[in-house]
Ligand binder design. Structure first.
Ligand code: NDP
Length: 671
């Protein structure tokens, strides 16, 4: 077999490994398959290229442009999925493991592409929250905004997810507008290299947006400043070493870590054998122990079970584990592949040995694979009979197919044991009792980045204890590293600076590209409903003629709709209500009148009314009052080549100029 030279891609060129390259062996048979690292890379050149070529090119694009770029990259990777599957077998992963790493990674990119288009503006400034009025009249406002960091994002990834690990960090980074320098773990960097090649060869990315370092990062971290960010996944020991770098500390460089985690799963006290929850629990634990041969940051390490059910659970698990065929991941019969390397296998066995007398092994004998040329281990189920007296089971992560059963007395005890992990990525509770779920959340949420609740109702659609979803945050306190990734747009903000901008409404409108109350309202020269999406301007406004609301209108509306609520029908009853001066118009009547006042009825660029946001009724309207409407273009979001969404700020005012109602109207307008 030829040995693959894993190249780095820096400053626009591919660089072969040097003389000191590290040899990488196949997980399946121990043969050397690749080598990486050892090249003399100039880290200042790498950083300069990101900062002065990649960053400016990305920042010229809008969030929507970058989101489209992510989608194109995901489609490109999708096209080459089979090649990625093929090479990934060498890491010991099975076809179903590929679903997590390869399909999951590409899926994460698609989600960020879609969120970027739906939840972020087609501009360069992200508005974080609403404007705050800081003065008496509204002439001085504040608005939190986010703009991309002007440096580079350094991603240091773990070996277990060579593709997902890269893409879950890359997607939010590129969406933010920040160039990435990706450094995968050496053990599986040949998979990451292929994906990087696919993305670069596609020509979708601007130069400098993505660089790739196979092997060590040299003095890269010693050159970072406050405009750079480091995102790390791996062991707690490496995280501590890297985050203590004086340069990072001295310059307050952002450092997000996702590291060891003693995740737990709790079988609810209600889940007796024979219930759907009991079976579900056994299935989930088995899946977490065997997927990726247990090399998952979210895998269940501690199985918390009511003490009277330890035997039932261990029997059910042992039965399933016995049927789990361990072997060459390319074989169809195989259910669990190999660990990534013999070194990792030795590490797992050393960690199990550290658990020592705290545990006894119920099943899985590593000696069965002692002579194997590959890094195979059986799934090992352990029992810790005294979880209160034990310490190692709560602080030692054997990063392989190893999980320990722990008996608990009552729910408070289960929660206390879950929390003894000292902070984790995920804890699950399998229960059909909402009270149990609530108690677990109240008692344990502060220690866990994610709490996964599953039962007979959600099991068909549930995504799995171990699967971080791009929509939800991934990270955890304490031992888990104290970091947070993903979580939709939250994850994008890690690569942006939040700034409080203060100024007049016109200043804030110009900066955010969204009309702010109090800013100039423009006359577009024609009814805005007659103007196409492309020519409508932010701030364009019409003020309608007034319409007087009569008692007949109120009575007619009540009869027509069936809404005969007493406040609209019975003057004396309405007067007894502290909110009303007497009989008043329906809020929905006022909205209908408003539409009657502002619409331009002829066929035109407005295609559809797609909704109302933030509706508030502010002052009751009695018969005899006259209302008029002010309609202003607040924001525009292109949807496709044919149309875009217009967000209108709508204010209903009475004859005294008092606000009667306010809302945002959404329409789709032809391009
Ligand atoms: P490491 O912490 O050894 O490595 C993680 C990443 O850091 C790799 O890319 C590695 O590169 C890099 N790295 C190591 N030292 C340095 C350094 N001095 N400067 C810059 N980068 C460095 O973790 P592994 O991936 O080897 O996994 C080891 C253990 O970590 C596992 O057994 C497991 O316990 C834990 N782990 C935990 C995870 C979690 O999220 N819970 C996820 C993955 C691992 P290189 O490969 O080139 O050394």
């Amino acid at each position: 077999m030829t040995v693959q030279n894993v190249q780095s891609f820096v400053a626009g060129r591919w660089i072969a490994p040097g003389d000191d390259a590290r040899q990488i062996a196949s997980a399946i048979d121990g043969q050397v398959i690749a080598q990486a690292g050892g090249a003399a890379l100039d880290m200042q050149e790498v950083l300069d290229f990101a900062r002065s070529t990649g960053g400016p090119a990305l920042r010229k694009l809008t969030f929507h442009d970058r989101a489209r770029m992510l989608k194109a990259l995901a489609l490109e990777l999708n096209k080459h999925k089979d090649a990625l599957y093929e090479i990934s077998y060498l890491t010991g992963a099975t076809r179903s493991d590929h679903a997590f790493d390869i399909d999951g990674g590409i899926g994460t990119m698609f989600v960020f592409a879609s969120k970027g288009r739906r939840e972020m503006p087609d501009g360069q400034v992200y508005l974080d929250g609403s404007p705050e009025q800081l003065g008496k009249t509204g002439a001085f406002l504040g608005q939190h905004i986010c703009t991309p960091l002007l440096g580079a994002a350094v991603h240091i990834n773990a070996y277990n997810f060579p593709l997902w690990g890269m893409l879950e960090k890359l997607a939010p980074t590129l969406l933010a507008g920040v160039p990435a320098i990706v450094k995968p773990a050496t053990d599986t960097c040949y998979v990451t290299e292929l994906a990087v090649k696919i993305m670069l060869d596609s020509g979708i990315l601007p130069a400098g947006a993505l660089q790739f370092i196979a092997g060590g990062v040299g003095d890269l971290l010693d050159r970072l400043d406050c405009q750079d960010a480091v995102s790390f996944t791996g062991s707690a020991a490496t995280a501590l070493k890297l985050r203590s770098n004086p340069r990072l500390l001295g310059n307050a460089v952002r450092f997000v870590a996702e590291q060891d985690s003693l995740n737990a799963s709790i079988l609810g006290p209600d889940a007796e054998p024979g219930t759907p929850e009991f079976d579900l629990f056994v299935k989930e634990v088995h899946r977490e122990m065997t997927t990726k041969a247990g090399q998952k940051c979210t895998a269940i390490r501690r199985i918390l079970v009511p003490e009277d059910r330890i035997e039932a659970v261990s029997d059910a698990l042992a039965q399933r584990l016995a049927k789990t065929v361990v072997g060459d991941p390319r074989d169809e019969a195989t259910r669990m592949g190999a660990l990534v390397s013999k070194g990792q296998k030795a590490d797992v066995l050393a960690r199990v040995a550290e658990l020592g007398a705290e545990v006894q092994r119920l099943c899985g004998n590593p000696d069965d694979f002692a002579d194997s040329a590959g890094a195979f281990l059986p799934p090992m189920l352990l029992l810790c009979a005294d979880p209160d007296g034990a310490q190692r089971v709560h602080d030692t992560e054997a990063f392989g197919p190893v999980s320990t059963l722990l008996p608990y007395r009552d729910l408070d005890h289960a929660i206390a044991l879950a929390n003894r992990g000292g902070g984790s990525l995920v804890t699950s509770v399998i229960t059909h009792d909402a009270g149990v779920a609530r108690d677990v959340v109240l008692g344990a949420a502060a220690y866990h980045g994610r709490i996964y609740i599953n039962d007979r109702t959600s099991m068909k659609e549930s995504t799995g204890h171990g699967a971080p979803m791009p929509h939800m945050i991934h990270g955890g306190p304490g031992r888990a590293g104290g970091g947070e990734e993903l979580g939709g747009v939250r994850g994008v903000k890690h690569y942006m600076q939040r700034t409080a901008v203060q100024g007049s409404p016109d200043m804030l409108t110009a900066i955010g590209g969204t009309w702010v109350p109090g800013a100039t309202q423009k006359d577009g020269g024609a009814h805005p409903f007659t103007r196409r999406f492309g020519v409508l301007e932010i701030g364009e406004t019409i003020v309608t003629a007034p319409r007087t609301v009569t008692l007949e209108d109120i009575a007619h509306f009540a009869e027509f709709t069936g809404d005969t609520f007493y406040a609209h029908m019975d003057d004396a009853a309405a007067k007894r209500n502290p909110f009303f001066p007497g009989r008043v118009a329906h809020g929905y009547l006022l909205l209908s009148f408003a539409a009657g006042l502002f619409v331009e009825p002829n066929e035109g660029p407005v295609l559809a009314n797609t909704g109302l946001d933030n509706l508030r009724f502010m002052k009751p309207v009695s018969a005899g009052s006259a209302i008029h409407v002010r309609l202003t273009v607040k924001a525009k979001t292109p949807r496709n080549a044919d149309y875009g969404e217009v967000r209108w700020h709508v204010t209903l005012l009475d004859q005294d100029g008092d606000k009667v109602a306010e809302y945002e109207l959404l329409t789709m307008n032809a391009a």
